[in-house]
Design a binder for this molecule. Structure first.
Ligand code: HEM
Length: 419
C-alpha cells in the first residue's frame, strides 16, 4: 500500500482487510495517533481507535468507564430495543455479566479443558490420518474448519449431526460483512428485517432452533455437558430465561468456532512464510508450547471489540467524551513494539510468559472464556503436525474474509512433505 497518512485511514472500511492485515495502517496509528478519531458514514457516529497494547489493557480493565452494556461491543449503533433483544453476555457489565460468566467459567479453566486433551488428540490424529493421504489440500477446509466445531460441540453437548451445518451458519453470522459468505450483509438495508437477530442475520434463527431443541432435551435428561449445566443452572437463585439461553448458545457457537479456525489457519500461513520457524520446531519440539502462543499472537483472529465511554476521560492525552464509541484493535496491540520486540517477526522462541499477547483480550472481565481451550487445540494440532510433516508451503494464494472484525481465511491451499 502507498504511504499511509492519517487523513486516509478508515478502519470501518471492510475492504481494507481483504488483501491482508493492514499492519502499515496500525503502525502509523500507534506512532502518530494512538487514540485516533475514525469518522464513519452517517448515521454512524464515528469512534476512537485504540491501537497501543497498554491503552487496550487500560480500556478492557475499566468496565466502569468503558462499558460493554451501554452500546454493545460491535461498531454498529443499536437502538435500546435492538440491544435489549440481542444482548449476549459479552454485552453486560459487572455485576450482571457475572450471572453467566460464573456458571460457564468452571468448564473452561486449564484443568477443566485439560480433561479433553486425550479426546482432542484422538480427533486430530484421525483427521490428519485422513487428510495427509494427499500432499496438497486446503488447510481451512480439511483441518482448521472441522476441528474447532467438533471440540466445542463435544464439550457443549451438541450432537455430531449438527456440526457441519453449524460451521456454515456461524460463518454466515461472524462474517456478516462478506457478501460471499453472508446471506445478507449486515451493513445493507436488506438486513433491517433481521435487526433484532444476532449479527442482523437471517441465519441466527436456525442456530437458535438447534439450541432450543437441545435445551428442551437436557431439561428432561441432563448429561455431563455445558448445555445441561446452563439449562439447569440457578445463578443468583433464578434460572436463565429462554431468551438468555438461546442468545448465549448462539454466542458460544460463534465465538468458539471461527476464531480458533483462524488461529490455526493464519498460524500455519505464518509457518509457510517462515519455513525456518517450522525447522526450529522439528529440531526442538519443546518449543511447541511457545509456538502455539506465538501463532495466536501473530494471527490475532479477532480484530476489534467496542466499548462506550460512560464519562469524559483522558486516554493517551486525548479527551474522550461520555457516550463516545471506543474501539480496541487486538491485532495492533499484538504488533506493538513496546510490548513485543521486533513485533512483526514470527518467532516461535518468543517467551510467552514475558510477552503475553492480547488476542484473547487482556486484564478485563470479558477475557476470552475459551482461551485455554483454543490454545490447547492449537498446541495439540501443532504437536501432531510436527510429528508428521517435514515441510509445509503455499500451493496457491490464500483468500481472506472481507471483515474488520474477523481476521479469517476462506482458503489456505498448502503442499506438505511428510517426515
Ligand atoms: C483463538 C481463538 C479465540 C480468540 C482469538 C478469541 C478472542 C476473544 C476475545 C478478543 C474476546 C473478548 C475479550 C474482552 O473483551 O476482553 C473473547 C471473549 C469470549 N470468547 Fe473467545 N476467542 C477464541 C476462542 C474461543 C473459544 C474456543 C470459545 C468457546 C468456548 C470462546 C468463547 C468466548 C466467550 C463466550 C467470550 C465472552 C466472555 C465474556 O464476555 O465474559 N472463545 N474471545
Amino acid at each position: 500500500m502507498d504511504r499511509v497518512t492519517l487523513d486516509r485511514i478508515d478502519l470501518s472500511n471492510h475492504d481494507l482487510f481483504v488483501d491482508g492485515p493492514p499492519h502499515a495502517v496500525f503502525d502509523t496509528l500507534r506512532v502518530e495517533a494512538p487514540v485516533f478519531w475514525n469518522a464513519e458514514r452517517p448515521p454512524r457516529k464515528g469512534f476512537w481507535a485504540i491501537t497501543r497494547y497498554q491503552d487496550i489493557v487500560t480500556v478492557l480493565g475499566d468496565p466502569t468507564t468503558f462499558s460493554s452494556e451501554l452500546g454493545g461491543v460491535t461498531l454498529e449503533e443499536q437502538s435500546a430495543e435492538e440491544l435489549g433483544e440481542r444482548r449476549n453476555f459479552l454485552e453486560l457489565d459487572p455485576p450482571r455479566h457475572g450471572r453467566f460468566r460464573k456458571v460457564l467459567a468452571p468448564d473452561f479453566t486449564p484443568k477443566a479443558v485439560g480433561r479433553w486433551e486425550a479426546w482432542l488428540r484422538d480427533l486430530i490424529v484421525r483427521n490428519l490420518d485422513e487428510v495427509l493421504v494427499t500432499r496438497e489440500f486446503d488447510f481451512v477446509e480439511a483441518i482448521a474448519a472441522p476441528v474447532p466445531i467438533r471440540v466445542l460441540g463435544h464439550i457443549m453437548g451438541v450432537p455430531d449431526e449438527h456440526h457441519d451445518r453449524l460451521i456454515v451458519l456461524s460463518d454466515r453470522l461472524i462474517n456478516s460483512n462478506d457478501p460471499e459468505l453472508a446471506t445478507v450483509t449486515s451493513d445493507s438495508a436488506d438486513s433491517d428485517p433481521y435487526r433484532f437477530e444476532p449479527f442482523r442475520s437471517p441465519d441466527a434463527a436456525e442456530i437458535v432452533a438447534i439450541g432450543r431443541a437441545l435445551f428442551d432435551e437436557r431439561r428432561r435428561e441432563p448429561r455431563e455437558d455445558v448445555i445441561s449445566y446452563l439449562v439447569n443452572a440457578s445463578p443468583d437463585g433464578g434460572a436463565y430465561t429462554q431468551q438468555e439461553l438461546e442468545i448465549n448458545f448462539v454466542t458460544m457457537v460463534v465465538a468458539g468456532n471461527e476464531t480458533t479456525r483462524s488461529a490455526m489457519a493464519n498460524g500455519i500461513l505464518a509457518f509457510c512464510e517462515n519455513p525456518d520457524q517450522w525447522q526450529l520446531l522439528l529440531d526442538q519440539p519443546e518449543l511447541i508450547n511457545a509456538a502455539a502462543d506465538e501463532m495466536i499472537r501473530y494471527a490475532s483472529p479477532v480484530w476489534h471489540f467496542r466499548r462506550t465511554a460512560t464519562r469524559d476521560v483522558t486516554l493517551g492525552g486525548v479527551t474522550i467524551r461520555e457516550g463516545d464509541k471506543v474501539v480496541v484493535w487486538f491485532g495492533s496491540g499484538n504488533r506493538d513494539p513496546s510490548r513485543f520486540p521486533d513485533a512483526h517477526r514470527f518467532d516461535v522462541t518468543r517467551p510467552p510468559s514475558k510477552h503475553t499477547h492480547c488476542a484473547f483480550g487482556r486484564g478485563g472481565p470479558h477475557y476470552c472464556i475459551g482461551a485455554h481451550l483454543a490454545t490447547l487445540e492449537v498446541r495439540v494440532l501443532l504437536e501432531e503436525l510436527v510429528a508428521r510433516v517435514q515441510s509445509i508451503e503455499l500451493a496457491g494464494e490464500p483468500r481472506r474474509v472481507r471483515s474488520n472484525f474477523a481476521n479469517g481465511l476462506k482458503t489456505l491451499p498448502v503442499r506438505v512433505a511428510l517426515r
